[in-house]
Design a protein around this ligand. Structure first.
Ligand SMILES: NC(=O)c1ccc[n+]([C@@H]2O[C@H](COP(=O)([O-])OP(=O)(O)OC[C@H]3O[C@@H](n4cnc5c(N)ncnc54)[C@H](O)[C@@H]3O)[C@@H](O)[C@H]2O)c1
Ligand SMILES: [Zn+2]
Length: 372
C-alpha cells in the first residue's frame, strides 16, 4: 500500500543556530492546516495558544491555523490587530498585554503572530515582555516577513517620532512559512519584498544573485517553485548572519542594512507612505552602489547588473524628487550611526560588502543626484 506523504513531510527545514535558543524555520506550500503538529514538536508542554492576527487576513488565513490548533487539543484565543504600521504602537501593545492577562496566559502559553512584519514585531514584543517573556511562533504572511522580519528575533514598536525605537531581541521557537499565503498579497507589497531578496544576493550570495537573474520571470509570476527556493535561500542567508551575530554586536549583522541608510532617509523625507519600505531599499541600494562606483570600489557593470535585476522585477531604481541635502541630513540621524559618524555598507562586488566610515557630504549627495 502506498501511503500519501503528510503535508509536513515535504517541508524544507532550516535551523537558526543559536545554541540553547536555536529554532527551526519550516517552508512549504499549503501546510498550515497541519501547523499544530510542528508547534507540538518544538513545544510539547504548550497547552494554550494566543493567535495575534492582521485584520486583513483574519477570514482567509486564520481559520485553518485555528482549526489545526483546536484539533490538537490546545486552548485557543484569538485577537486581531488593525492592518498597517500605526499598529506598532504603545496603545496596541498595551491592548495585547491586557488581552493576554484576560486570556490567563502563563508559562505554558504561546503567542502566535500571523501576519506581516507589523504583527510579527508587535506580537513578538508583547511575547518578549509579558511575564518577562513567553514563547513565540512566527507565521509570516508577507514576502518581506517570510524572507526577513520573522527570522532573527528583532521585535518592537514605534514611538510617534521614531521607528522601531522600543523593543527587544526575542527569538521565536518556530518560524512557519507557507508560500500559499502570498497568493493574496497585493502586487505592490509583493514586489516591495523582492528588494530584500535581491539585497541578500548583493551582500552575501553571488550564486543566488545569478539564480535570481535567471529566474526573474518566475519571481514576478509568483511561480510556486521559484518562490519556495527564493524564500529558502533568503532564510538561510539571514539565519547564517544572525547565528554569527545574534544581537548586532560584532558588526556582521549590520550587512543586512545594505541600502538601508539611504532607504530610511528616503522614507523619512518623502513622508511615510509615499514609498513602501522595499521600494525605498531598491533606490537606496542603487544610491549605495553608485557611491561605490564613484569611489572606484566596483565597476559600473556591477551597478548595471543590480539595476537590471531590480528593474526586471518591477522595483524603482531612482527617485526624481530626491533632495540630496535633505536626504543627507536625514542620513546623519540614522540610529545605526556610531557617535554621529555616518557608517555605510558598500559593495565590493556582487556577493560582498564592506563598511565605510566618514564619507563626505559632497560624495553622498553626488550619488543621490545620480539616482534622480
Ligand atoms: N523584525 C525585523 O527584523 C524586521 C525586519 C524588517 C522589517 N521589519 C518591520 O516589518 C514591518 C513591515 O512588514 P510588512 O512589509 O510585512 O508590512 P505589513 O505587516 O504592514 O503588511 C503589509 C500589508 O499586507 C497585508 N497583508 C499581510 N499578509 C497578507 C496576505 N497574505 N494577503 C493579503 N494581505 C496581506 C497587511 O494587512 C498590510 O496591509 C515594518 O514595521 C518594519 O519595521 C522588521
Ligand atoms: Zn529592510
Amino acid at each position: 500500500m502506498v501511503t500519501k506523504p503528510t503535508a509536513t513531510a515535504t517541508l524544507d527545514r532550516l535551523c537558526v543556530e543559536l545554541e540553547a535558543a536555536s529554532y527551526p524555520i519550516l517552508i512549504g506550500s499549503d501546510w498550515l492546516p497541519s501547523v499544530a503538529e510542528e508547534i507540538r514538536a518544538v513545544g510539547a508542554d504548550a497547552s494554550h495558544v494566543m493567535l495575534v492576527c492582521d485584520a486583513a487576513i483574519r477570514e482567509t488565513l486564520l481559520p485553518p491555523i485555528a482549526q489545526s490548533l483546536h484539533a490538537a487539543g490546545l486552548r485557543v484565543d484569538q485577537c486581531e490587530v488593525p492592518s498597517g504600521e500605526p499598529s506598532k504602537s504603545v496603545e496596541q501593545l498595551s491592548r495585547l498585554w491586557q488581552w493576554m492577562l484576560e486570556c490567563r496566559a502563563d508559562r505554558r502559553s504561546v503567542v502566535i503572530a500571523v501576519g506581516g512584519g507589523v504583527v510579527g514585531d508587535l506580537a513578538g514584543f508583547a511575547a518578549a515582555s509579558y511575564q518577562r517573556g513567553i514563547r513565540l511562533v512566527q507565521i509570516p504572511t508577507t514576502l518581506l516577513a517570510q524572507v526577513d522580519s520573522s527570522v532573527g528575533g528583532k521585535t518592537g514598536i514605534n514611538l510617534p517620532a521614531a521607528k522601531n525605537m522600543v523593543g527587544a531581541f526575542w527569538q521565536p521557537m518556530l518560524v512557519a512559512i507557507d508560500t500559499r499565503t502570498l497568493e493574496t498579497l497585493p502586487s505592490r507589497e509583493y514586489t516591495s519584498g523582492l528588494a530584500e531578496v535581491i539585497k541578500y544576493g548583493v551582500i552575501d550570495r553571488p550564486d543566488f544573485f545569478a539564480w535570481l537573474e535567471a529566474n526573474a520571470g518566475g519571481l514576478v509570476a509568483r511561480d510556486a517553485g521559484v518562490l519556495r527556493e527564493t524564500i529558502r535561500q533568503c532564510c538561510q542567508a539571514k539565519a547564517d548572519v544572525v547565528a554569527d551575530d545574534q544581537r548586532e554586536t560584532s558588526g556582521r549583522r549590520a550587512i543586512l542594512n545594505y541600502g538601508h541608510t539611504f532607504a530610511h532617509a528616503i522614507e523619512a523625507t518623502a513622508g511615510y507612505g509615499k514609498w513602501l519600505h522595499g521600494e525605498a531599499v531598491a533606490i537606496g541600494m542603487q544610491m549605495a552602489m553608485t557611491l561605490a562606483v564613484q569611489r572606484g570600489m566596483v565597476p559600473a557593470e556591477t551597478l548595471e547588473r543590480q539595476q537590471r535585476l531590480l528593474e526586471a522585477v518591477g522595483l524603482p531604481i531612482r527617485w526624481s524628487e530626491a533632495d540630496p541635502a535633505a536626504l543627507f541630513a536625514a542620513m546623519q540621524s540614522d540610529k545605526k550611526n556610531e557617535h554621529g559618524r555616518l557608517k555605510l555598507i558598500l559593495p565590493t562586488r556582487i556577493g560582498e560588502v564592506r563598511f565605510l566610515e566618514g564619507v563626505g557630504e559632497q560624495e553622498i549627495e553626488a550619488a543621490i543626484e545620480a539616482c534622480r
